[in-house]
Design a protein around this ligand. Structure first.
Ligand code: HEC
Length: 116
């Protein structure tokens, strides 16, 4: 299989329009648990069980994903994180087709819960 991604070395910034999106599940107490289940199914292989970037597939990545609990990620808006999960970049696939909007927002709620 031909792998067609290109590795981008610049820091990954979501477009500023993404900052205007707000998480419709922000006040839903179940969103974090739903997001954790999705994370454990789709994301942990690269991002690691607790989002530190140490999953079993991480060693094979050319770009090390940022630790999701870090200030670099947590200082971004919910909309920016949602946009990244939606669109992907390089070795991280876009999830726009494989996960619904609600599932991607639940993942944002879970990622927020990792904040130290
Ligand atoms: C195949 C490995 C892989 C999988 C699976 C994966 N990611 Fe990623 N992820 C990456 C890589 C690599 C990056 C860094 C991409 C870059 O900077 O070019 C990344 C970056 C991110 C970022 C941006 C962090 C930042 O720098 O702001 C978020 C948020 C994220 N991933 C969430 C998720 C979620 C949620 C899932 C599951 C739905 C997921 N990822 C699945 C590899 C993966």
């Amino acid at each position: 299989m031909l792998l067609s991604w290109t590795v981008v070395n610049e820091p990954w910034k979501a477009p500023t329009e993404a900052d205007k999106l707000s998480n419709p599940l922000a006040n839903d107490p179940k969103a974090m648990t739903k997001g954790r289940k999705l994370f454990d199914a789709y994301c942990w292989v690269c991002h690691g069980a607790t989002g530190k970037g140490d999953g079993p597939s991480a060693a094979a990545l050319k770009v090390r994903p940022a630790a999701l609990h870090s200030a670099l990620v947590q200082s971004q808006t919910d909309g920016a994180i949602f946009w990244k999960v939606t669109n992907g970049r390089g070795e991280m696939a876009p999830y726009v087709h494989s996960l619904s909007d609600a599932q991607r927002w639940a993942l944002v709620s879970y990622i927020r819960s990792l904040k130290e």
